[in-house]
Design a protein around this ligand. Structure first.
Ligand SMILES: NC(=O)c1ccc[n+]([C@@H]2O[C@H](COP(=O)([O-])OP(=O)(O)OC[C@H]3O[C@@H](n4cnc5c(N)ncnc54)[C@H](O)[C@@H]3O)[C@@H](O)[C@H]2O)c1
Ligand SMILES: C[N+](C)(C)CCCC=O
Length: 517
């Protein structure tokens, strides 16, 4: 069943344009063009460590190879971005706004092509990839709207003197992204960065290097100066060259906690500000007075989007004991009905996980959960679709675990796969204590009909993004980010503008200087 149309995942704009030039059937795409982008064009990097293969998760097929960028290529990208920054940062907010609006328009126009590419490279269903693309152009439109509103303050001082503040761009910003929302994460970072007058160099996860280059082309077509948005490709070493570069002013990172720690350490050496969007193990609390159908829908949304590979997922589902049986029965029934298979088919709702090692890691968590006493209520095993071309894809059946305890690994660690753990509780006080007993703090949710309890519970949750009676919806107007080890800084909403700009204060003397000497 689809979410309700009010605050739902359904696109706010739909344009079903014909496919562009690329092949759109699973198992047919071949990488032909370079994946680095510098000074307004796709290029081969001037140096690099090695060639990396790009896989299609739906089939397990290698689609092509690309070179991991070396230090020289990173430096050229930074120098190109520095030159473009000089032009872009001098434009008015309204001029920047017009370019971002044009980029949003082109994304809408190329919606089907981008969504198809995202599905081919990530493995998520085309249904979800279209939603990701819609959230992406909405993000550009939102920050286009804010670009013209960037303003300072005027402060009166004695004797007619005064001061004013200017909100200025930072310079060359680096964006480093994860593989679960490749195009969307690049837009969440670049839209506020460019709106504030910065340049950006972006590095995707090496598992999903393709769609961000389409974004780079779109920015150029929309009218950003050549070099303003460059793409370098690679893994940890390329990321390190970026973070350590002396001309980089800021790093915005989305990824795991261990990598986030390294990013922060490197940035600390250059006193560079960082935004860290890290992992989570979020609680979803379902009280017995909830509308059961909504609570079940919420739990599915909280666990199974993008094959469960979602940072904000509410994977610890706390259910009040009175409705445990009814809730569990319904959630299992609905999970078993999820259509798994070729992600480019219209009716598929769960595609392939990102890679073979990741699939094995997720299945390993389920084996361990069983060893520790959890009961597999459904799924949890590899899935082989009937279509022969999909037989080497990375599919599994979504899993619901019962008989879970707070001390089990499946309840404590981020699995990043389609695995829901159900945990019974009795009282509000008890569940809050247990929900907050984690080093993570990205998201949390509550289902109840008691309005006072709903607000009391979210106020007590130690998490940056909380939902009442829904889960995992992401209007771009809302700030998104974590507490505790899930990171700091915010993406989306007005808040993100703070993280891509700096404040200058100018103090103006209107009288004579009174010296104390
Ligand atoms: N909070 C959020 O908004 C959010 C969103 C998506 C994913 N995530 C998190 O991301 C993780 C999954 O993504 P992943 O496996 O790509 O994470 P990861 O930390 O392995 O990699 C993330 C990015 O960092 C790069 N990288 C790796 N080592 C680096 C280093 N030493 N220096 C610089 N860059 C380096 C990678 O190449 C990749 O581009 C999960 O923990 C998930 O929760 C968080
Ligand atoms: C768009 N979602 C579903 C809120 C996911 C945000 C990015 C986290 O992985």
């Amino acid at each position: 069943m689809l979410p309700r149309p009010s605050l739902s995942l359904l696109p706010r704009f739909c344009s079903f344009l014909p496919f562009a030039t690329m092949s759109s059937k699973t198992g047919t795409f071949h990488l032909q063009q370079p994946l680095n982008y510098r000074a307004g064009a796709r290029i081969q990097p001037v140096d690099g460590s090695h060639n990396e293969e790009v896989y299609e998760p739906a089939t397990g097929r290698v689609m092509g190879k690309f070179l991991f960028s070396g230090e020289k290529e990173v430096d050229l990208a930074v120098q190109s971005a520095k030159a473009a920054f000089k032009i872009w940062s001098q434009k008015s907010g309204m001029e920047r706004s017009r370019v971002l609006l044009e980029a949003a328009r082109i994304i809408r126009e190329r919606r089907e092509e981008i969504a198809t590419m995202e599905t081919i490279n990530n493995g998520k269903s085309i249904f979800e990839a279209r939603v990701d693309v819609d959230i992406s152009w909405q993000c550009l439109e939102y920050y286009a709207g804010l670009a013209g509103a960037i303003a300072g303050q005027h402060i009166q001082l004695p004797g007619g003197s005064f001061a004013y503040t200017r909100r200025e761009a930072l310079g060359v910003c680096v964006g480093i992204g994860a593989w679960n929302y490749p195009f969307q994460i690049a837009c969440w970072k670049s839209a506020p960065a460019l709106a504030c007058g910065n340049a950006m160099i972006y590095k995707s996860s090496p598992l999903t290097p393709i769609s961000v280059v389409m974004l780079a082309e779109i920015f150029t077509q929309a009218g950003v100066p050549n070099g303003l948005f460059n793409v370098v490709q690679g893994g940890a070493a390329t990321g390190q060259f970026l973070c350590q570069h002396r001309d980089v002013a800021k790093v915005s990172f989305t990824g795991s906690v261990p990598t986030g720690i390294k990013i922060m350490e490197m940035s600390a050496k250059g006193i560079k500000p960082v935004t860290l969007e890290l992992g989570g193990k979020s609680p979803l609390i379902i009280f017995s007075d909830s509308v059961l159908e909504n609570a079940v829908n919420g739990a599915l949304m909280a666990n199974f989007l993008t094959q469960g590979e979602v940072c904000s997922n509410g994977t610890r589902v706390f259910v009040q004991r009175e409705i445990l049986e009814a809730f569990t029965e319904e959630v299992v029934k609905r999970t078993q009905k999820i259509k798994i298979g070729d992600p480019l088919l219209e009716d598929t709702r769960m595609g392939a996980l990102i890679s073979r090692p990741h699939l094995e890691r997720v299945l390993g968590f389920i084996t361990q959960a069983k060893e520790q006493g959890a009961k597999v209520l459904c799924g949890g095993e590899p899935y082989v679709p009937d279509d022969p071309k999909l037989k080497n894809g990375y599919y599994m059946r979504p899993c619901v675990l019962g008989d879970c305890r707070d001390d089990m690994t499946c309840v404590k660690e981020e699995i990043f796969g389609p695995v829901m753990s159900i945990l019974p509780f009795d009282t509000e006080e008890e569940v809050l204590e247990r929900a907050n007993n984690t080093t993570f703090g990205l998201a949390g949710g509550v289902f109840t009909r008691d309005i006072q309890r709903a607000h009391r519970v979210v106020a007590a949750l130690q998490a940056g993004m909380c939902f009442i009676n829904n889960y995992n919806i992401s209007p771009v107007e809302l700030p998104f980010g974590g507490y505790k080890m899930s990171g700091f800084g915010r993406e989306n909403g007005q808040a993100a503008m703070e993280y891509y700009s700096q404040l200058k204060t100018i103090c103006v003397e209107m009288g004579d200087v009174e010296s104390v000497f």
